[in-house]
Design a protein around this ligand. Sequence first.
Ligand code: CA
Length: 473
Amino acid sequence: MGASRPNILFIMTDDHASHAMSCYGSRINQTPNLDRIANGGIRFDNCFCTNSICTPSRATILTGTYNHVNGVTTLDTPMDNTLLTFPKLLQEGGYQTAIFGKWHLGIGPAHCPTGFDDWAVLPGQGRYHNPEFIFKGPDGGTWQTVQGYATDIITDMSLDWLRARDSERPFCLLCHHKAPHRPWYSDEKHAAMYLNEEIAEPDTLYDTYENRASAAAAAEMRVGPHMDSTDLKCEVPKELPEMALRKWAYQRYIKDYLRVVASVDDNVGRLLDYLRDAGLEENTVVIYTSDQGFFLGDHGWYDKRFMYEESLRMPFVLRYPREVTPGSSNSDIVLNVDFAPLFLDLAGISIPESFQGRSFRQLLQGSAPADWREAMYYRYWMHKAHHNVYAHYGIRTRRHKLIYYYADALGQAGTIDETYEPEWELFDLLEDPRELRSVYHDPAYTGVRSRLTAELHRLQAEVGDIRYHKDKD
Ligand code: CA
């Protein structure tokens, strides 16, 4: 029985937007190895996170629950490691389990990884060069510096573990990279990439934030003005007019970002080569995703947090020759909260009632259940912290997006306690895919607005979250 259960290789990066992957039609780079997964399997075009920031998304992925349920609402709310997670269930079900790389769910005995036969993780964000790792051990693990470049090291650890595993039992390996998270330090091999090239600019690089709620203009994540010398690897010429500074800083930023992505791509290739050479391709589910999307100069920004498309959308490609037609794609709405149920389903392990997501195994095979979701719920809690992004929640359907900036810290850890009058935004993604014009106050959208507001409140209640006190029908 054991031999027929698939292995799971779950590769996840940090802040890799799908529009920097060639299998998603990137205009700015090539990712041949990530494309091997997509070309040999399926690409999901509407995979979204339920809270676009590192720690909360990771908690959702592991536990199959929303952040108001798992308690990991911000960067300052480490995960209780006694929570039920998919690796624990796989381990109990006979899988060999391991995680190497980024954890970012807290350190020490109450927060270190659990449910893994072996692990070595970066403390917090971790470093690109000569990073410290915490290795599995008593009292939350043993700290040790490892020489080299993080993406290479994490891949080496993954390969070493695969080679030493028990080949009679299935495995679930989480290879979770720090890259391409800020501050985008490349390795030597890729340092000279793009040196004499101009990278294409996104359509919205010079956004001036009109026709939207005040949150967009207030955000401090603009390429150039809100970057420092670590981000840009040189002094920032802040005397330049803002748009000239954006233009200049974009090239420096995006080249570093893409160099770091290129190393990820190479290292994913090493893992795929191993599976091929070891004869494991047929029976291994390979997933590549990232914990959320990222602004690659879109709206003049870097970073994430907002419910806008570039930040909300996660790349998600999956290869599993036994069940998935090579080169397929899917546009149904799938969420990070669905990953845990999917993995358990593929492993033939029953999905606990407490998991809020839903397995999308049937979508892998080319059809959606008739009652598959038509809308998703989102909430960003970390009011004003780091980049002055206001707390908000909202709903996205296939065509529309309704966002409510309640702009209140609500006592959440790691937030800034300054409250503003709430504001709404409504986007018609068919007419305005770049989200440049909110139609919330447009009389033509009165009906859509009421329908979406009702659906938002219905979904919010369905997942068990609480409506902001000023948000009244
Ligand atoms: Ca992240």
